[in-house]
Design a protein around this ligand. Structure first.
Ligand SMILES: Nc1ncnc2c1ncn2[C@@H]1O[C@H](COP(=O)(O)OP(=O)(O)OP(=O)(O)O)[C@@H](O)[C@H]1O
Length: 349
């Protein structure tokens, strides 16, 4: 399979550099709201409010944010479905809104909530139609189809009408459809939504392989943070149309100013433990939970508790990513309420 795509590098595409370039991108929707009998109010929604990032060839990047943050709007602009209101956007050196058809041959899109397959046709017929639509050379089509069918376990499903497929089967069918024409970049919008644990694992494993084997650039939007944890080193967090974090997944913890927890089991029930640099967040019988900043070392705290209290056992718990991100969203909302600037903490440009 062809890592660099059938058409090679586009004119203007930076060599080996950024494959997706987004600079000050904006999308403003005008919405009309009925405010009374015959009265309408015109309001602007800044769905994407000046975001900038670049994605290199072969990168696999998570794009996350709460509902209504602007993720789908960004993806729609990247695919050329929506025209930006401002800013600059290039994918493989192509302006998506101006050359949507040319770009379509180089990108693959999977919307977990919708299918790109023909509902009443057997799966294989959708693939045959795509073979023609994308003008995929016969040999490459057959080679790709065989490989995708094998990797995604679609062999027994090819003659089944799409409407009869389970959600997990349909999703695998959609992922194959998005990759048949050797796209260089794959946009995935909730690719594991509604799937059981086994199907999720299968889809994730496959995406890892495609990224590693073909060097496909992947931009992954999801509410399932396990998708991100298992697939992406880099994550971008968007909220209210603005990028609030762009960096390593590991760095999110610092950006969210997260806390670790020291769980101590004492010999008996005692009043809350008092150790500087910690605060007791929960007490249950002789067990107490002490929160302390993730950046601080646990060793001196443990030593102090052990010397001053009748300690039986202890453990240190790392913050989970859900908690960290929920905290970031909450802090960001507070910032907006108070009119303060964006607290990014990450490598946002
Ligand atoms: N066609 C449209 N007309 C008006 N407003 C829109 C339109 N599309 C999106 N919006 C608004 O833009 C904002 C961003 O929406 P978007 O769908 O990009 O969010 P999202 O991050 O993908 O959310 P979700 O996780 O719920 O899918 C929301 O306030 C939404 O209501």
């Amino acid at each position: 399979m062809d890592v660099d795509g059938a058409e090679g590098r586009a004119v203007g595409e930076p060599a080996g550099g950024a494959f997706v370039e987004v600079d000050g991108l904006e999308k403003v929707f005008a919405v009309r709201r009925r405010t009374g009998f015959l009265k309408r109010e015109r309001r602007e929604v800044r769905a994407v409010d000046g975001i900038s990032f670049t994605v290199g060839r072969g990168e696999m990047v998570g794009y996350i944010g709460p509902n209504g943050a602007g993720k789908s709007t960004t993806i729609k602009m990247l695919t050329g479905i929506l025209v930006p209101s401002g800013g600059r956007l290039r994918v493989a050196g192509i302006d998506p809104a101006r050359e949507r058809t040319r770009l379509a041959r180089r990108i693959g899109v999977v919307f977990g909530q919708r299918t790109t397959l023909w509902w009443d046709l057997p799966l294989i017929d959708s693939y045959r139609l795509m073979h023609r639509m994308y003008r995929i050379p016969d040999a490459r089509y057959r080679e790709n189809l065989d490989r995708l069918v094998e990797l995604l376990g679609l062999g027994d499903l090819l003659d089944v009408p799409v409407r009869q497929l389970s959600l997990g089967q349909r999703m695998r069918g959609d992922i194959a459809a998005a990759l048949l024409h050797d796209p260089e970049v794959l946009y995935l919008d909730e690719p594991t939504i509604g799937l059981d644990v086994v199907s999720k694992a299968r889809v994730r494993e496959f995406l890892r392989e495609v990224n590693a084997e073909r060097g496909t650039t992947v931009l992954l939007t999801t509410h399932d943070l396990q998708d991100i944890e298992q697939l992406c080193h880099r994550v971008m967090v968007i909220d209210h149309g603005r990028l609030m974090y762009d960096g390593a997944l590991a760095g999110l913890h610092e950006a969210g100013e997260s806390e670790r927890t020291l769980v101590v089991d004492l010999e008996r029930e005692l009043p809350p433990v008092r150790v500087p640099g910690t605060r007791v967040v929960r007490v249950e019988g002789p067990r107490q939970w002490l929160a302390f900043p993730s950046s601080a070392s646990a060793a001196p705290l443990v030593a102090r508790v052990a010397s001053e209290y009748p300690l039986v056992d202890l453990s240190v718990r790392e913050p989970d990513i859900e908690t960290v991100i929920a905290k970031m969203y909450a802090e960001r909302s507070d910032d907006r309420g108070g009119g303060a600037g964006v607290n990014t903490g990450g490598a946002v440009r």
